[in-house]
Design a binder for this molecule. Sequence first.
Ligand code: URP
Ligand code: ZN
Ligand code: ZN
Length: 467
Amino acid sequence: MDLLIKGGTVVTAENSFKADVAVTGEKISAIGLGLKPGRNTEVVDAKGKLVLPGAIDGHTHLALSFGGTISSDDYYAGTRSAACGGTTTVFDFAQQNAGERMMDAVHRRNAMAAKDAAVDYSFHIGVGDVTTDEMLDSMKEAVECGIPSFKVFMVYDFGVDDGQFYKVLQKSAKIGALVGVHAENRDVNNVLTKQYLAEGKTEAWWHYMAKNEMVEGEADVRAINLAKMTGASLYIVHLADKMGMDAVVKARDEGYPIFAETCPQYLHFTNEVYKRERGRDFVCSPPMKNKESQDALWKGIQTGDIATVATDHCPFTKAEKDWGITKKDGAPGNFTTIPNGCAGVETMYPYMLSEANKGRISFNRAVELCAANPAKLFGLDHLKGALQAGLDADIVIYDPKKNFMITNTQMHGDTDHTIWENVKLKGYPIATYCRGSVVFQDGRFLGRKGAGRLIKCKPIRLKGPQL
Ligand code: URP
Ligand code: ZN
Ligand code: ZN
């Protein structure tokens, strides 16, 4: 035994109990009371602390080319930041180029990630081209290579149309894959954007108005209907609106394998943020919605209808956000010239655990949302997402008594600001282990660039809404 975490309260998605956790090499080797260290075992005192599985962030965009720039955390900065917030696995996106086989996109992105990642990682493949049978059929090869989840965008110029989306769903149902979707109505968004700009409405608020509740909700409903027609499992990423939430609940009640992810930014902030002086810092897609939507999301968190919490981590610098005022070329900017996305990978688990600590949900539910369910959904529960002998020793020690006020100076990414500045958390992680190695302790990153490993996932065959 190499490491013994002694005297803490182990929290899993199912229950909480006092136990020691033993680690041998990269794996958890035993969990129980009164475990005895060996001669060379490092013993960590966890009395008064919670011992949790490392979080799995199912949605990050590291080094993403977007809006005329590249998101400011690369695979090293993003995974370093993840480690310091208790996240031990991140899922990034490998966006397929036109004419490219699905696995070629993964190889291209993995060449960047493998040398940089400080925690474990895997990919969802962003579908860019299924216009030929070869491209569509290459999805099967990806599943066989351990990358069984795909994502389609219903928005953006690189997104797919409904016909392509339908084909991806049909294929996924056959080959054991999960289809994630960014659901917003592209055409309505384009019309509203043009109209607002013609009226001189250029501020961040109009980003929200052009992507309002109905713009997202309509696409959520359409995506669910397309999935129902094919029998495919659908995963709606960054769900932010009540209409979509209601549609997810209905489809799940009817027995369909429909799953939803939301993000801390939608649970904590509302569209009011776009009225702030630096409202542009909060510009992401979908935008934060109204309080009614936020309440519906929290209800979904409490009832179990939201399956996962992830971050959509996609930070840009303040200067890049300022392109909403003055563009890169010096011309006047507007809400469409602000790169979309915000930082969140380091604050996700601490935020959800803090909400648990305040009594809004149980610690078990926070663990389920951030670790156990992503592991089951994305096909890596044979390795991660729980504390159990034989699984990877991805472990977080959490101090429920440590109060923490988020400031960017204490974050470990490369971004120069956080939308979470001055938000107060009750409790905070004090140590993170990734496959048995300490990567974060007492506020400091202790991991190593390139130590993260590409995780190969199992095929995903979900017959109903239960995970
Ligand atoms: O604003 C966001 N979310 N930017 C990243 C791309 C996406 O839509 O997920
Ligand atoms: Zn998205
Ligand atoms: Zn995203």
